[in-house]
Design a protein around this ligand. Structure first.
Ligand code: NAD
Length: 255
């Protein structure tokens, strides 16, 4: 790699990505491996497809099966990550769920399930890694996956909007405390991407058309579309970027 581009390399780094078996998480894992990182994927279900993609690139992938709706899973995640690699340098808080329901009908159970994964786990997993990074003074990178609903209200997804608005707030709050330790906390706000998360939306012909009409790029995004931002924010090239949420949205927010 030419000298001036080596700042974008992830060679010799280890990245832990949550929600690694599908969609955006799978795209980020594969891109990190291609950029030279060892990748640890955390998911509820097997990450076999992700592993196969990475192995075909000649990369290293380690899987940790964990339920991220429960913060009691954190010590085991740390322990398994540490037994695979001496240090994790990059944490991507990508796992997330969405529940569609009129605000008047949202149950407390559904509310908690969304907040637990999308918000509470993001905070406590970040805290767990940051404690180690503060202790060893070697810094680290946290990349949170936010949403257009970190900026906007959305329709029929109030718990998701609350959680993703919190993700953008937390990204700023944690950056304010941890930037001095060379820990970069930033976020990516994907626009409307073709993954499981938007399956119901894309099957609703009217909503799907309304959304597509509003995207200046004229198409839904793909997991590959966010990989450039994900590599950049994890790399040395982003050393002085703190607390920022980068939208990768085909121009949605510009409208
Ligand atoms: P996805 O449904 O394919 O991925 C969600 C991932 O989260 C899966 O890998 C799943 O295994 C994991 N996950 C969910 N619950 C879990 C649990 N309890 N324990 C462990 N893992 C769990 O959809 P996606 O679009 O790839 O979503 C990834 C992230 O991107 C989510 O945070 C989502 O909110 C966010 N996002 C997606 C879009 C979009 O348009 N697709 C837009 C903005 C933000």
């Amino acid at each position: 790699m030419p000298q001036n581009l080596s700042m974008f390399s992830l060679e010799g780094k280890t990245a832990l990505v949550t929600g690694a078996n599908t969609g955006l998480g799978q795209g980020i894992c594969t891109a990190y491996a291609a950029a030279g990182a060892n990748v640890i994927g955390v998911a509820r279900r097997s990450c076999q497809e992700t592993a196969e993609k990475i192995v075909s690139l000649g990369g290293n992938f380690t899987e940790i099966i964990a339920d991220l709706s429960d913060i009691n899973a954190i010590p085991l995640i740390l322990q398994k990550a540490e037994s695979a690699y001496s240090r994790v340098d990059i944490l991507v808080n990508n796992a997330g769920i969405i529940k569609r329901c009129d605000a008047a009908d949202v149950s407390m159970e559904d509310w908690d399930s969304v907040i637990n994964i999308n918000e509470k786990m993001v905070f406590f997993l970040s805290q767990a890694f940051a404690k180690n990074w503060i202790a060893d003074s070697k810094g680290g990178k946290i990349i949170n996956i936010a949403s257009m609903l970190s900026y906007q209200g959305g329709i029929r997804v109030p718990s998701y909007t609350a959680s993703k608005s919190a993700v953008m707030g937390l990204t700023r709050a944690l950056a304010n405390e941890w930037a001095k330790y060379n820990i970069n906390v930033n976020a990516i706000a994907p626009g409307y991407m073709a993954t499981n998360n938007t399956q119901n939306l894309r099957s609703d012909e009217q909503r799907s058309e309304e959304i597509l009409d509003r995207i200046p790029a004229g198409r839904w995004g793909t997991p590959e579309d966010i990989t450039g931002a994900a590599i950049f924010l994890a790399s040395d090239a982003a050393a002085y970027i703190h607390g920022f949420t980068l939208a990768v949205d085909g121009g949605w927010l510009a409208r």
